[in-house]
Write a protein that binds this ligand. Structure first.
Ligand code: 3PY
Ligand code: MG
Length: 256
């Protein structure tokens, strides 16, 4: 089932950020039953090969692969699409023009300007799917991240852009754009989130975000969010290691 179909189901979708890019973590996430992973290229060291490996691992599973490129640039988007990524979460979309450029870069002509090598790329089954070029544009699920003050000002234009399927609010950067990273309780931040949510709703687009203090997953879902990217492979690994060491130290201390 593709991400769009999954999003129309009864429950909001729960996913996990993959920051280490370890394919085993993606495989495990699918076995455990996460609805999606976000393979994050913006804040991690891994590259395109890791994306291909992840798509291969998740290919036969019910877990959708969302890929977040480092930014909104045709050269990045084109290569991700060619290796078979279909669900892209593009960070820092702040104007309608940026949203239109993102969509155009992902669509084959005449709807867009994606470069074409459909006879050889993995996305078309290395050319085994001759119809790829005719359905590739429809297969896309494009998520624009609104996470700047400018993006909030232009939220209507971004959400209203044809081809943008979801507005994903990036709470950390958005709060930073208002002057203080993590100030999720300020009225400026709260009003901004409401504005982005209203814009998505008005445009009939899906909404998604990441839970942060004061805006937990339940609250987000109540406000209309359908895709919630919760924890991260690295956060879970870090906390698991910290706990394991704390327990071990306690058990090894004299007197225990
Ligand atoms: C942010 O919080 O800035 C993100 O991009 C992730 O949600
Ligand atoms: Mg961000």
């Amino acid at each position: 089932m593709n991400l769009r179909d999954k999003l129309t189901g009864p429950n909001a979708l729960g996913g996990i950020w993959i920051n280490d890019g370890w394919v085993t973590a993606c495989e495990m996430a699918a076995m455990i039953g996460f609805d999606f992973v976000v393979l994050d290229l913006e804040h991690s060291p891994h590259g395109l090969d890791r994306v291909v490996d992840t798509l291969r691992v998740l290919g036969g599973t019910e877990t959708a692969c969302v890929v977040r490129p480092t930014g909104n640039a045709p050269l990045l988007l084109k290569r991700l699409l060619d290796v078979g990524a279909q669900n892209l979460m593009v960070p820092m979309i702040s104007t309608g023009a940026e949203a239109r450029a993102m969509v155009a870069d992902c669509r084959y002509p005449p709807a867009g300007r994606r470069g074409c090598a459909s006879a050889v790329v993995r996305a078309s089954g290395y050319g085994l799917d001759p119809g790829y070029i005719t359905h590739a544009n429809d297969d896309l699920f494009l998520m624009a991240q609104i996470e700047t003050v400018e993006g909030i000002v232009n939220a209507g234009a971004i959400a209203g852009t044809d081809g943008i399927d979801m507005i994903f609010i990036g709470p950390t950067d958005l709060s930073g754009s208002f002057g203080e990273i993590g100030a999720f309780d300020s009225s400026a931040y709260r009003d901004a989130v409401t504005k982005a949510e209203d814009a998505a709703r008005c445009a009939g687009k899906f909404l998604g975000s990441m839970p942060v203090p004061g805006h937990d997953a339940k609250t987000l879902v109540r406000r209309g969010h359908r895709l919630i990217a919760g924890s991260s492979d690295l956060v879970l690994l870090r906390d698991g290691m910290k706990n394991a060491l704390a327990t071990l130290r306690q058990e090894l201390s004299p007197g225990m």
